[in-house]
Design a binder for this molecule. Structure first.
Ligand code: ATP
Length: 928
C-alpha cells in the first residue's frame, strides 16, 4: 500500500512512520544518528567568495591596473628596478587590501551566525532550545506565538494556532491551524491546515508537533533558490563614500594631468613625468577608504557584541549615532523581569506574601497573622487559578546543590524558572501554599487554552475535573473586570455591583501606585451546554476572585544609563502594556519623566488624532496600557517631528513598529523570532543600558570614520600640492615616483586602520545627536582637511626648496633635497595622524592612548628610516642618508601644520561642541 501523505496520518501512524515518541521526544543519541543521515536542517546558501578569489579581486582595482600598465612601460623601457619595485608595491598593497576585506567579510559572517534561529524541542523527556539546524525528522517541537517555524511540522496539538504563510502560499492573512487528520489526498499547501511549514511565522497560539521534513526537503527548501535573501549590507555612508571616491578619482586624475603637463613644459623628461603622474594618481586616490570604513564598522560591531548588542543590519550602526529618542518597553528592559508576588487582595481583604525569588518558601499573612489557605475559599481559588492558568515551570536545580552539599556546604535549594516571569511569580505563589501545578495536574486536565497576548492582556484555560469543566482566567484587572458579572465576596458568589467593581479598581490602583504589576483572577464553572470554542463564548459572565500584585525591581544600571542619555540629548520614552500608575511609579523611580513631562494611556492615545499626537509627542514620556499597534503611531509621530527613533519590542505584533522605526531593537532572551527578524539590533541581555552602550559605540564608529577620512584626504591634498606647486614654480620633481608610492603605502595603510579603532573622545556622550542627514565633512571637517593638506604641501615644498638651495646644484644635492621632502611628507602625516584623533587639537588627547596607532606610526617610521639608511634600499628609493641639520629642518617643517593649527584651536573657540542638550534635565514630576 502506498504511504499516506503526512496530513492524512493519525497520531499512531505518524509515530510509526517517524519512529518517535510524542511525550518524551527523541533520545539525544538517536537525534544525533538521524542528523548524520539526514544532514543539517538548512537551506543551502549561495556560493561564498573563497579567499583566493578575494585576493585576486584586489588586482581588479582600477588604480592597480594603471600601476600594472606603468610597470609594463618601465619594463619595456628597460627600467627594471622601477618595474620590480612597483610590482612589489602592488603585491604588498593587494595583501593589505586582502587582509582588510577578509577580516571584514569574516566578521560579517560571524554576525549572521549569531542571529541564527533556534527551536524548542523535546529531547529525552526534556524541553530544550537547540539551533534550528540540528532538528531531525521525528523531533517533537513546541511552537509559540512569534516563532518562525523551524521545519515542516505535522501538528499533534494546537491551541488557537495561526501562521502567516505568505512567503509560501502568497496568502497574506494568517491561517488557522489544527491538529486533526485530513482525508483528502491531494491538497494545495494552503489547505494543509494540520501542517506548519518551515519559514512561516506563528502569529498566535501555541502548538506541539512532529518534524516530518527538514532542510531542502521542506516546502520552503523546494523554492529556496527563489527566495535567497540578499540583504543590503552597505551603509548609506559607504554608498556616499563610494560616490565621493569616484569624484576624487576624477579630481586626482585632472590634477595629475596638470602636474605632468606643467612638468613637461618646464623641461622635465617625459618618461619621468609619466611615471610621476601615475604614482601621484595612485597616491592621491584613497583606494583603501572603502575597506577601512568596512573594517571600522565591522570591528565596531564586534565591540558592540562584547557589550551585548548584536547588530543585524550594518546600516543601523550609522543610524545609532543619530538616535534622538529611545522608546523602550518596561518589563525586562527597564526592569529585571524577576517578579515576586508581595500583595494579594480578596474582596476587601489585603494580604501580604513573604519570601523572595523562585524558592517556594514564604507565608501569607493578614494583619500580621498567618492565613490558613486550606480553609480560606477565595484564597484557595486564587491559588488554584494561579497554578492552573499557567505555563511556567519551576525547576529545582538539584545537581548543583547536591554537589555543593557533598562538599559539606550548607546551601539552600536553588530554583529557577522556565517560562514567562509573570506566570513564574504566580507558580511560586501557588507552590508556597502547596497548590503547585504538579499536585493539581492529577485532579485537573487541561482541555483548552486561550493564550495570553499583549493585545488581549489576559489568558484563560479550560480544565476538566470530576466530570465537570472549569474556566480559569487571569489578566490585567481593568480588562478582566469587563468580563466579570459575579464576584466571590466573603466566600459567596454575588452579582458584581458597580460599587464592588469600584472597590476592586481602587485596590488595583493602590497596588499599581506602589509600582506593583497587578493581575486579576476569575473563573466560571462551565455547564455541559456551555460552549467554549471561542474566547468570546468562554470568557464571559466570569466570577471575579481577587488581585495579586508583584514587584519587578528596576534594573540597577538603568538609572545611570538614562542620565547618560539625557546628557547625550537622547530622550527616553517608556512604552508598556502595564497599568499607568505602575508605569509612572517605575518611570519616576528611574528618572524618566522630567518636570512637565506627561504620561498617557493607550485609551487617551486612541482619542488623539495623528496631528495632535505629533504636536504633543515631545512632552510625553510614558505610554501605558498600549497595544502593539499604538507603538507604530508613536514611532511615526516622533519621526514626523524629525526624530531618529530607536524602538524596542519583543512580541510578534511589535514587528511593524520595529520595522518602521529607524533602529528596531529586539530582545535576545525574551524576544520572538519575528521581532528579531524585523530588528536591526538584538540585545542579548534584554537590557536598556545595552542600547545606550550601542549608541555610544555607534557615535564612536562614525567619529572614527571621520577621523581617517580627514587623515587620508589631508595627506592626499598635501601630496598633490607639493608636486603641483613645484611644477608650477619650475622646480625639479620634489619626489620621485617610487617615493610617492612608498608614502602612500606607509601612511595610508596601518595608521589609517589604527584610527579606525581609536578610543572615543570623553565628551562623546555629552553632545547632541548628529542630524541624520549631516554631511560627512560637516563640523569643520572639510576645512580641517583643506587647511592641514595645504600646510603639509607648502611645508614639504619649503623643506625641499631650502635643501636644494643650500646644495651645490649637482645630482647628489637634488637627491638630498628629494630625500628631505620625502621624509618631511611622511613625518608630517605621521604627526598629523595624532591630531586627527581629536575634534579640537593634538593637545587635547594623550597621543599614547591608542596603542595600535603608536605601533603603526613606529613601524612606518622604521620602514622609512630603513629606506634612507639601509644602503641596499638607497638606489631603489633614490635616497641618501640625511644628517642632524636636515632632520631639524624635517621636524620643523613636518610639525608646523599640526602645531600651528593646534595653537590656533587652543586660542580660538572650540569647535564641534556647539550642539547643546535639548531635553530638559530636572526633578521628576508627572503631569497628565
Ligand atoms: P512591556 O510592554 O513593558 O513589556 P508588559 O510586559 O507589562 O509591558 P504586557 O506583557 O503586554 O506588558 O502585559 C500587559 C498586562 O497584561 C500586564 O499589566 C498584566 O496585567 C497582564 N499580563 C501580563 N502577563 C500576563 C499573563 N501571562 N497572563 C495574563 N495576564 C498577563
Amino acid at each position: 500500500m502506498e504511504q499516506k501523505k503526512w496530513h492524512q496520518m493519525g497520531l499512531s501512524e505518524l509515530q510509526e512512520a517517524l519512529d518517535c515518541s510524542p511525550d518524551g521526544g527523541l533520545h539525544a543519541t538517536e537525534a544525533e544518528k538521524r542528523l548524520e543521515t539526514q544532514g543539517y536542517n538548512e537551506l543551502t546558501e549561495g556560493a561564498r567568495l573563497s579567499p583566493i578569489v578575494l585576493f585576486l579581486n584586489q588586482f581588479k582595482d582600477f588604480m592597480v591596473l594603471i600601476l600594472m600598465g606603468a610597470t609594463l612601460i618601465s619594463g619595456l623601457l628597460g627600467e627594471y628596478l622601477d618595474a620590480i619595485t612597483i610590482v612589489a608595491i602592488i603585491v604588498i598593497n593587494a595583501v593589505l587590501g586582502f587582509i582588510q576585506e577578509f577580516r571584514a567579510e569574516r566578521s560579517l559572517r560571524a554576525l549572521k551566525a549569531l542571529s541564527a534561529p533556534s527551536a524548542k524541542v523535546m529531547r529525552g523527556g526534556q524541553l530544550l532550545t537547540v539551533a534550528a539546524k540540528e532538528l531531525v525528522a521525528g523531533d517533537m517541537v513546541v511552537l509559540e506565538s512569534g516563532d518562525r517555524v523551524p521545519a515542516d511540522i505535522r501538528l499533534m496539538e494546537a491551541s488557537s494556532l495561526y501562521t502567516e504563510e505568505s512567503a509560501l502560499t502568497g496568502e497574506s492573512v494568517p491561517v488557522g491551524k489544527h491538529a486533526g487528520t485530513i482525508q483528502e489526498e491531494e491538497l494545495p499547501l494552503g489547505d494543509q491546515r494540520n501542517l506548519a511549514f518551515m519559514g512561516t511565522m506563528v502569529t498566535r497560539g501555541t502548538a506541539k508537533g512532529v518534524v516530518v521534513r527538514t532542510g531542502m526537503r521542506t516546502e520552503m527548501g523546494k523554492i529556496a533558490g527563489l527566495i535567497q535573501e540578499t540583504e543590503a549590507m552597505e551603509t548609506p555612508l559607504q554608498h556616499r563614500l563610494e560616490q565621493l571616491g569616484k569624484l576624487l578619482i576624477l579630481v586626482a586624475i585632472g590634477l595629475t594631468i596638470m602636474v605632468v603637463v606643467a612638468g613637461i613644459l618646464h623641461g622635465q623628461p617625459t618618461y619621468g613625468m609619466f611615471l610621476a603622474g601615475v604614482s601621484l594618481a595612485v597616491a592621491a586616490i584613497p583606494e583603501g577608504l572603502p575597506a577601512i570604513v568596512t573594517i571600522a564598522l565591522a570591528l565596531g560591531v564586534q565591540r558592540m557584541i562584547k557589550r551585548k548588542a548584536i547588530v543585524r543590519k550594518l546600516p543601523s550602526v550609522e543610524t545609532l549615532g543619530c538616535a534622538s529618542v529611545i522608546c523602550s518597553d518596561k518589563t525586562g528592559t527597564l526592569t529585571q523581569n524577576k517578579m515576586t508576588v508581595t500583595d494579594i487582595w480578596l474582596s476587601g481583604r489585603a494580604l501580604k506574601v513573604s519570601g523572595e525569588g523562585y524558592a517556594p518558601e514564604g507565608d501569607i499573612t493578614e494583619n500580621g497573622r498567618p492565613v490558613d489557605s486550606k480553609h480560606d475559599l477565595p484564597l484557595k481559588r486564587l491559588l488554584q487559578i494561579s497554578a492552573l492558568c499557567n505555563n511556567a515551570q519551576l525547576v529545582r536545580n538539584e545537581a548543583e546543590g547536591a554537589k555543593r552539599r557533598k562538599r559539606g556546604e550548607t546551601v539552600p535549594e536553588e530554583w529557577s524558572l522556565k517560562g514567562d516571569p509573570t506566570e513564574g511569580a504566580l507558580a511560586v505563589l501557588a507552590a508556597k501554599l502547596g497548590s503547585s501545578a504538579k499536585s493539581l495536574e492529577m485532579l485537573y486536565s487541561r482541555v483548552k487554552e486561550f493564550p495570553f497576548d499583549s493585545e488581549r492582556k489576559r489568558m484563560s484555560v479550560v480544565v476538566s475535573h470530576q466530570g465537570g469543566r472549569l474556566l480559569c482566567t487571569k489578566g490585567a484587572p481593568d480588562i478582566l473586570l469587563e468580563h466579570c458579572s459575579y464576584v466571590l465576596w466573603d466566600g459567596k458568589v454575588l452579582p458584581f455591583t458597580a460599587s464592588m467593581k469600584r472597590k476592586c479598581r481602587e485596590a488595583a490602583e493602590s497596588m499599581a501606585h506602589s509600582a506593583l504589576r497587578v493581575l486579576g483572577f476569575a473563573y466560571r464553572d462551565l455547564r455541559s451546554a456551555d460552549s467554549c470554542e471561542s474566547e468570546q463564548e468562554a470568557e464571559r459572565a466570569l466570577v471575579f476572585v481577587g488581585l495579586a500584585g508583584m514587584i519587578d525591581p528596576p534594573r540597577r544600571e538603568v538609572k545611570d544609563a538614562i542620565v547618560k542619555c539625557r546628557r547625550a540629548g537622547i530622550k527616553t520614552v517608556m512604552i508598556t502594556g502595564d497599568h499607568g500608575l505602575t508605569a509612572e511609579a517605575i518611570a519616576a523611580n528611574l528618572g524618566i519623566i522630567p518636570r512637565g513631562g506627561r504620561s498617557i494611556s493607550g485609551q487617551q492615545l486612541e482619542q488623539m488624532s495623528d496631528e495632535q499626537l505629533e504636536r504633543e509627542a515631545d512632552d510625553i514620556y510614558v505610554y501605558s496600557r498600549v497595544s502593539p499597534q499604538h507603538k507604530l503611531r508613536i514611532v511615526k509621530a516622533l519621526q514626523r517631528r524629525g526624530h531618529v527613533v530607536a524602538m524596542t519590542g519583543d512580541g510578534v505584533n511589535d514587528a511593524p513598529a520595529i520595522k518602521a522605526s529607524d533602529i528596531g531593537i529586539a530582545m535576545g532572551i525574551t524576544g520572538t523570532d519575528v521581532s528579531k527578524e524585523a530588528s536591526a539590533l538584538v540585545l542579548s541581555d534584554d537590557n536598556f543600558s545595552t542600547i545606550v552602550a550601542a549608541i555610544e559605540e555607534g557615535r564612536g564608529i562614525y567619529e572614527n570614520i571621520r577621523k581617517f577620512i580627514r587623515y587620508l584626504l589631508a595627506s592626499n591634498v598635501g601630496e598633490i600640492l607639493v608636486m603641483f606647486l613645484a611644477m608650477m614654480a619650475g622646480l625639479p620633481l620634489p619626489l620621485v615616483p617610487i617615493q610617492i608610492l612608498w608614502v602612500n603605502l606607509v601612511t595610508d595603510g596601518l595608521p589609517a586602520m589604527a584610527l579606525g579603532v581609536d578610543q572615543s573622545e570623553k565628551d562623546l556622550m555629552q553632545q547632541q545627536p548628529r542630524p541624520a542627514k549631516e554631511n560627512i565633512f560637516a563640523r569643520r571637517l572639510g576645512w580641517k582637511i583643506v587647511s592641514r593638506g595645504i600646510l603639509i604641501g607648502i611645508c614639504t615644498l619649503g623643506a625641499f626648496w631650502i635643501t636644494l638651495k643650500e646644495g651645490a646644484g649637482d645630482a647628489e644635492s637634488l637627491t638630498r633635497a628629494q630625500t628631505v621632502a620625502f621624509t618631511t611628507l611622511v613625518m608630517a602625516q605621521l604627526i598629523h595622524v595624532f591630531d586627527c584623533r581629536s575634534s579640537r587639537s593634538i593637545f587635547h588627547r594623550n597621543p599614547l592612548q591608542n596603542k595600535y596607532l603608536v605601533l603603526a606610526v613606529l613601524s612606518s617610521l622604521l620602514l622609512m628610516l630603513g629606506v634612507i639608511y639601509v644602503e641596499a634600499m638607497q638606489p631603489i628609493f633614490k635616497t641618501v642618508p640625511i644628517g642632524f641639520r636636515e632632520w631639524c629642518l624635517v621636524f620643523v617643517a613636518a610639525g608646523i601644520p599640526t602645531f600651528l593649527m593646534g595653537i590656533g584651536s587652543v586660542l580660538g573657540k572650540p569647535s564641534g561642541k556647539n550642539r547643546k542638550t535639548k531635553w530638559p534635565i530636572g526633578p521628576q514630576t508627572v503631569s497628565k
